[in-house]
Design a protein around this ligand. Structure first.
Ligand code: HEM
Length: 151
């Protein structure tokens, strides 16, 4: 179980960087497209798809980790007395879940939008989702629950 847990945490941690890079990429594309009044194209379509896939993989890993983490901490009764455990099981999980839902809702609205407003919607929805993600990652400098930059 320890090995499985380590592998899952490592995958979850590595995938964080894929999400950060793809997030920056789609925000760059959407800002350039919106402010430069560019035509909608394949790059934005693909970037958006890969960003959402990376988020879904993270959600899947996160949900499994949630229950492994909970059982290792001895259940909810022990979690709420410990700010670090509470951060992962409440703040982190809930904020990330909201961000992933928001990104998917955004993806839906981008699909439905007229070509001239796709970049704008993409920038706004993905931008807010990305900000939620950035502030909910347990960066090493966060006191109490900081985790390594990679592994
Ligand atoms: C964009 C979405 C997400 C990102 C970028 C992200 C990122 C991270 C990072 C960087 C860690 C620390 C890994 C390490 O210790 O090296 C972590 C831990 C964790 N995440 Fe996420 N996460 C996301 C979504 C989720 C979701 C949706 C859930 C639950 C439903 C979740 C549950 C957890 C749990 C329980 C831990 C602690 C794992 C442990 O130490 O056993 N995460 N996350």
């Amino acid at each position: 179980m320890n090995l499985v847990h380590t592998i899952l945490v490592d995958l979850h941690s590595i995938n964080r960087w894929i999400i950060v890079l793809l997030g920056l990429y789609v925000l760059f594309l959407s800002a350039r497209g919106w402010f430069g009044r560019r035509a909608w194209g394949q790059a934005a379509e693909k970037g958006s798809r890969y960003f959402l896939i990376a988020l879904d993989v993270q959600l899947l890993l996160g949900v499994v980790l949630y229950f492994v983490f909970l059982s290792r901490q001895g259940g909810f009764a022990h979690v709420f007395g410990n700010p670090a455990s509470r951060f992962f099981l409440m703040e982190h999980s809930v904020m990330m879940l909201l961000a992933i839902i928001l990104a998917h809702v955004g993806g839906y609205f981008v699909k439905k939008a007229q070509p001239e407003s796709k970049f704008k919607r993409m920038f706004i929805f993905y931008g807010v989702a990305f900000l939620l993600i950035l502030v909910s990652i347990p960066w090493p400098f966060m006191p109490g629950y900081g985790r390594p930059w990679l592994l």
